[in-house]
Design a protein around this ligand. Structure first.
Ligand SMILES: Nc1ncnc2c1ncn2[C@@H]1O[C@H](COP(=O)(O)OP(=O)(O)OP(=O)(O)O)[C@@H](O)[C@H]1O
Ligand SMILES: [Mg+2]
Length: 427
């Protein structure tokens, strides 16, 4: 049986054992062992295979370090290890493969962490102290029923269409008005406005998470997130413009996992550039809200984003919201826009600069600053629709070919629109 590891049943076991594949790693492991006051021979050679053999006949340690370098099928081998490893052991793996999918799958198999070789003493010390924190953390009630979780991503089809305005208001509604424990993840790492809109300091939580994905756990979430109201916590950043995002996306995966455990709803302000760089971000999202404007550029990019979602995140329920809709001087009519994207717009939100300015001045989301406005009630109806969102796990993306063909036909529709575009501005 592949029993997931559970922390906190340490008993009288060895505090640490390591099974590594090469001398260089063994030296690092033994020197850190000595620092920790553990016998250096607790670090031995043999890798994962030896770990399985050894643990099938002896008690498991509190912390187990295994080297996957010689494993042809790490996930399979880790599952074999789970069969012989007693519950309560915190397992850290290391290997030479730098692949976020492997990292994700290993964590799903119950590993605490995956270290990339060659490992440094610092990285190993960090991983061990993190494992010790897990062992010492207060235990959750294992009998408690897992709660349902709905994750919502808000994606603007163009810059400035109002995606963050809607995301912030949604998070507020779900938490303050509907009473759900909600986590707001502002993934606009450099220019995010989630904290600003709620009159909060963004803090360093998100940048710390990106820099140290292995530190992300329940405790980290509790400490790094900023409370916006009793039920709403926000994780955001205002990263220096000179600091590009340096991550393979592992941090975002880990954050989503922790949000799933800690909250009933996750709202992600998801810039479209992040979708390109980290497509796996959508894997665990239940509802994708694509915010657009009734413009040609927005029609083109809404088509492309919807096609991408169909091909790569077909499990997502998709809502199309047209924002900043004015009663006059529309670049494209609703009918033409819908014809172009080959589906209905789910919701039209009015342009109302007075309301958004008022919200900005008060440092409150639109739905709080101007509760009775049409804009606020429109956003509230999105929150209502989320009630029907099924928190289903990801499904297969087997129909990719058909979807690519569909995408081509949608872009053809868009070209027809271009032909219809008036040469001079409409009167
Ligand atoms: N319905 C609306 N009517 C008028 N102004 C609006 C409306 N929605 C948003 N705005 C304003 O548009 C501006 C851009 O909004 P916001 O930051 O939410 O857009 P965004 O899509 O997140 O932009 P970015 O691409 O920079 O992330 C803000 O000043 C906001 O107040
Ligand atoms: Mg934004």
């Amino acid at each position: 049986m592949n029993a997931p590891w559970k922390s906190g049943m340490a008993g009288n076991r060895d505090p640490f054992m390591a099974f590594v594949c090469d001398d260089l790693t063994l030296d690092v492991v033994r020197s850190v062992c000595e620092e920790m006051g553990w016998p250096p021979e607790k670090g031995g050679k043999g890798g994962l295979r030896n770990a399985i053999q050894s643990l099938s006949v002896s008690a498991s340690p509190q912390i187990l370090l295994v080297d996957l370098s010689e494993s042809g099928d790490p996930i399979h081998d880790i599952n074999s290890l789970a069969e012989v490893c007693e519950p309560g052991t915190v397992v850290i793996a290391m290997g030479q493969v730098n692949d976020v999918r492997l990292y994700r799958d290993l964590l799903l198999s119950g590993l605490q962490d995956y270290l990339l070789k060659p490992i440094s003493p610092d990285a190993l010390r960090d991983a061990i102290s993190h494992a010790q924190m897990t062992l010492n953390a207060p235990k959750h009630d294992d009998g408690a029923k897992a709660h349902q979780h709905v994750s919502v991503a808000v994606i603007g089809s163009r810059g400035g269409v109002g995606a963050s305005t809607i995301a912030t208001s949604l998070a507020w509604l779900l938490s303050d008005r509907m009473g759900h424990l909600t986590g707001f993840l502002d993934l606009d790492v450099h220019f995010g406005t989630g904290a600003l809109a709620l009159d909060l300091e963004p803090g360093r939580g998100l940048t710390d998470a990106i820099d140290n994905p292995s530190r992300i756990d329940g405790l980290f979430i509790e400490r790094a997130m900023i409370k916006a109201n009793e039920k709403l916590s926000i994780l955001s950043a205002e990263a220096a413009i000179s600091s590009p995002i340096m991550t393979d996306g592992a941090a975002f995966f880990q954050l989503q996992e922790e949000f799933r455990a800690a909250f009933e709803h996750t709202v992600i302000d998801l810039p479209r550039s992040m979708v390109i760089a980290y497509p796996h971000l959508l894997n665990d999202v239940n509802v994708a809200i694509v915010v657009c404007e009734l413009t040609l550029a927005s029609a083109r990019d809404t088509i492309r984003i919807l096609a991408w979602l169909k091909a790569n995140a077909s499990h997502c329920q998709t809502l199309v919201v047209a924002n900043k809709v004015s009663t006059s001087a529309l670049e494209i009519s609703r009918k033409d826009f819908e014809g172009s994207i080959e589906r209905k717009i789910d919701l039209m939100l009015p342009s109302d600069a007075k309301v958004t300015a008022q919200a900005a001045k008060l440092g409150k989301p639109v739905v709080e600053a101007a509760r009775s406005s049409k804009l606020a009630s429109g956003i509230a109806s999105i929150a209502e629709q989320l009630k029907n969102a099924a928190p289903e796990p990801s499904q297969s993306d087997a129909k990719a070919d058909a979807k690519a063909a569909k995408k081509a036909s949608m872009l053809d529709g868009f070209k027809t629109l271009l032909v219809k575009k008036p040469k001079s501005p409409a009167a």
